[in-house]
Design a protein around this ligand. Sequence first.
Ligand code: ADP
Ligand code: MG
Length: 266
Amino acid sequence: MGTLSGSRIEVRDLGVRLGEAEILAGVGLSVAAGELLAVIGPNGAGKSTLLRAIDGLLPVRHGSIAIDGRPVSDYRRRELARVVSFVPQSGAPADGYTVRAFVEMGRYPHLPTWSGLTSDDRRVVDEALELTETGHLAARALTTLSGGERQRVSIAAALAQGGSILLLDEPTSFLDVRHQVQVLELLGRLHRDGGYTVVAVTHDLNGLVADADSVLGLVGGRVACSARPAEVLDAEVLAGIFSSGFRLLPGGRHGLPVVVPARGER
Ligand code: ADP
Ligand code: MG
């Protein structure tokens, strides 16, 4: 898979309502091509909703979302799917597909109606399996995979889709340490070496957040902070986002501190 030129995401003053509830209000963000944005915040803050909005899956009630300067609402669905891939929380669904069949579905936005995969499509699928180190699983049923394998297969399907923007919802949640590290390394390769623009919702403050170019903190559907990891990995800033105490220790990634929850402190 060659290096992509990436795509730029620009969200301005975004407001989203679901039913009667205002889920997002006044949300702005900007991700340059090839950058990694980590989105953090407590449960229910609107993080998943923000990803779905960027993927064009929700009506934008207020404000705008643009990719490479063009409003998401102007893209046809298939066209947007060739630019943006969404990896939902806990990865691929566990129904009756093999790994290969599931990753091949990533190519659908590229296929003319009623036609099958070409040899070029199959090559892209093979590359996606290789890049995510899931080639050995190709014939396996999705239901037989571990959480870490399923997460990597989901990312493979997203890569097969061929876009330059990856949206990931808690890609390392529920994974053991080794599989967390594997996914972090994969995301690092994709955005640093591969040129992918990545937006990842995460609770992994010491891993994914530390690796990010910038961090957006959401609280109650609003932006609580938007800054570099070095500014966000701070006891006071994190307490403001999570309403919980933190302590900082030396020795984190990229010279950043390690943050740990401080029990009984605020
Ligand atoms: P997060 O991913 O940060 O945990 P979500 O984006 O999933 O948060 O949800 C944000 C809020 O929106 C929550 O309070 C949730 O209950 C609410 N919500 C999500 N989907 C709907 C819906 N379809 N209708 C009404 N409220 C919803
Ligand atoms: Mg969520």
